[in-house]
Every structure is written in C-alpha cells, then in structure tokens.
Design a protein around this ligand. Structure first.
Ligand SMILES: [Zn+2]
Ligand SMILES: [Zn+2]
Length: 152
C-alpha cells in the first residue's frame, strides 16, 4: 500500500481502503495458519507541520489450528496502527506498518475458545464434542509421584 505524499497534501484528510494480497504483506504463512481473505486495510492520513500522521486498521480472515483440541477454527486477525512520518518523503509505504501490526496480533498460542477442554490424554477424544470414561485423576497421579519423591 503506497500513497504519494502529493495526494495527501492535495486533500485535507486522505482516506483509502484497499485489499492487499496476503503473500505480498506477510509472506508465506507458517503451516498452521491459512489465510482466507485478502488483507483489508483502511488508512487515514493528514499532514501536520513536518509530519504525516497516519492511522488505520487492517484485518484478515484465517483458519488456525487449536493447540488444545487440534480442531481448525476461523479467526479474524484485526490490528490498529498509527504512526507519524516525516512529510519530506515522496511516497508513503504502509506495508511494513501493516505487516508489523498484524504479526503482533497473531496469538502466540492458538486456542479455539477460552473454554476449550482439549483432547483426552488417554483416548484422544475431543472433550468439547463428547465425554469419555477415562479417569480424570491424571493430575492427582502426578502429585502422588511428586509426594513420593524426597526433597532435601
Ligand atoms: Zn480447541
Ligand atoms: Zn478419554
């Protein structure tokens, strides 16, 4: 997303909305992320003294894989950005800013929902979908092992 600074100077507030190709902005995604839409970017820019004040929003739809239940789920990654750039440049390139802002919003660990119960450690069943009869005392079993260990 490149904007000629002359275009910003020509109007009081420059506004633009564009769809950007994901690969051009973010590069090839890691294999646990699939992007399902172009990046929708909305930008507002005004000249203020020696600076261009830029603010905007970027959003992209993605399919992620839950780290707990291993199911795929849809997610919209949304980011806000704002920056001030020296107005002496000729062209304002917003791709680096949009890339940074979206990467920051990518969750470190993908979880489909806060209440995700994950999969059963014993039988592998997705506990969001159904319950299994496996003993749920694995946590306690671990504590038993710890209790048997002697600390000095
Ligand atoms: Zn999940
Ligand atoms: Zn189970």
């Amino acid at each position: 997303m490149r904007i000629a600074v002359a275009d910003i100077r020509a109007v009081h507030t420059y506004e633009s909305e564009t769809a950007l190709d994901v690969k051009n902005v973010l590069g090839a995604p890691p294999d646990y992320v699939e992007f399902n839409s172009p990046i929708q970017a909305r930008v507002k820019a005004t000249i203020s003294g020696d600076d261009i004040l830029v603010s905007g929003k970027a959003a992209v739809k993605a399919t992620l894989c839950c780290g707990k239940c291993l199911e795929k789920y849809e997610w919209e990654i949304k980011a806000d950005f704002s920056q001030a750039v020296e107005a002496s440049i000729e062209t304002l390139d917003l791709v680096p800013e949009i890339r940074e802002s979206l990467l920051v919003e990518l969750p470190v660990r993908f979880i489909c929902k806060e209440t995700c119960k994950g999969i059963c450690e014993k039988c592998g069943i997705n506990k969001n979908v159904s319950e299994c009869g496996c003993s749920t005392h694995t946590e306690y079993a671990r504590w038993d092992i710890l209790k048997k260990m002697k600390f000095k």
